[in-house]
Ligand binder design. Structure first.
Ligand code: SD4
Length: 313
């Protein structure tokens, strides 16, 4: 029998996000509404990596990426949008109210305003201001960002970050839901990599990279070093493996292995990529390159618990 409804989302911030998503799902609501409402919780909170309180780019400006997909295969996304509190809701408006999939930068912001969204102040949150100040102190303005910086202990270099305890952490939120009607939807929202080059767009707003939903088979969302996810069309690959009959777990694992086979395992030891997946039967899966990745699960069997993902290293 189908395990529904269910919601899963990335990292520990997923716990709070799942609560709002579950309110929608438990009341028989649509998965699309659940995945929007859920990640709005994270966008409203102050944290390193999602919403206007997150870390800025290297010029000190917070720019946000988000995407959403529904059960009909419709998609909407915004890239590098500024001063808008809920990029996920703008992404949904792009999907529903335009003939397009992705709006970027100033145009995305203008569109948001035209849809009634409010322009928020440009200010950094106190935690982001401090992180940015620290980053400016240690880091010269280098256009080339590389993972060795993170390796060398500069925690504010190219995230996802290796923490002092050896774990890898980063907090883009990706969420997947299957509703009582048996329909799948997904969402993803992030500030991208901390101190990124201005204009940099990650995988999160790119359909098939950061997020993919095929209502006939399954859905997947990614977190980690977006550049590597983009180059492998990561979530499309995960869903394709599910379409071929593999379990969500196995599909995530094979997609991670594909990324690592492209970069080689020496390089792959220095960055994180993780996928979570949910299939049409309500089965879940996850896999990461590095240990330390977790996701939050809420359904009839598991009451919003954080689950440690399997990993390659
Ligand atoms: C990006 N994939 O912009 C995002 C960052 C992320 O957990 O997921 N971090 O590359």
């Amino acid at each position: 029998s189908v395990n529904k409804p269910i919601v899963i989302s990335t990292w520990d911030a997923g716990i709070a996000a799942n609560v709002d998503a579950w309110k929608v799902l438990a009341n028989g609501g649509r998965a699309l509404d659940a995945v929007e409402k859920g990640v709005m919780v994270t966008e409203s909170s102050i944290n390193c990596c999602v919403g206007l309180g997150a870390n800025p780019d290297r010029d000190g400006i917070v720019t946000l990426d988000a995407s959403i997909m529904d059960e009909h295969g419709n998609a909407g996304a915004v890239a590098a949008i500024e001063r808008i509190k809920h990029p996920i809701s703008v992404a949904r408006k792009v999907m529903e109210n335009t003939p397009h999939v992705l709006l970027a930068g100033a145009g995305a912001q203008e569109f948001a305003i035209s849809q009634g969204f409010q322009l928020e102040p440009q200010d950094l949150s106190p935690s982001a201001r401090k992180a940015y100040k620290d980053w400016l102190k240690k880091s010269e303005y280098k256009p080339e960002i590389n993972i060795e910086q993170a390796e060398g202990g500069n925690k504010s270099a190219f995230a996802p970050l290796k923490l002092d305890n050896g774990d890898w952490n980063h907090d883009t939120i990706g969420m997947l839901a299957l509703d009582q009607a048996g329909n799948l939807s997904g969402s993803c929202t992030t500030s991208g990599m901390a101190f990124k080059v201005r204009g940099r767009v990650g995988d999160s707003p790119l359909i098939g990279a950061g997020l993919y939903v095929d209502n006939a088979y399954g859905a997947a969302v990614s977190t980690g070093l977006g550049e590597e996810v983009i180059k492998s069309a990561g979530t499309h690959l995960v869903v394709e493996f599910m379409r071929q009959g593999l379990s969500p777990d196995k599909a995530c694992k094979l997609a991670v292995e594909r990324i690592v086979s492209r970069t080689g395992s020496t390089k792959a030891k220095e960055f994180q990529v993780a996928f979570i997946a949910l299939n049409k039967q309500g089965q879940v899966g996850a896999y990461a390159i590095q240990k330390g990745f977790s996701y939050a699960r809420q359904d009839q069997k598991v009451n919003n618990e954080l689950i440690a993902s399997a990993s390659m290293f």
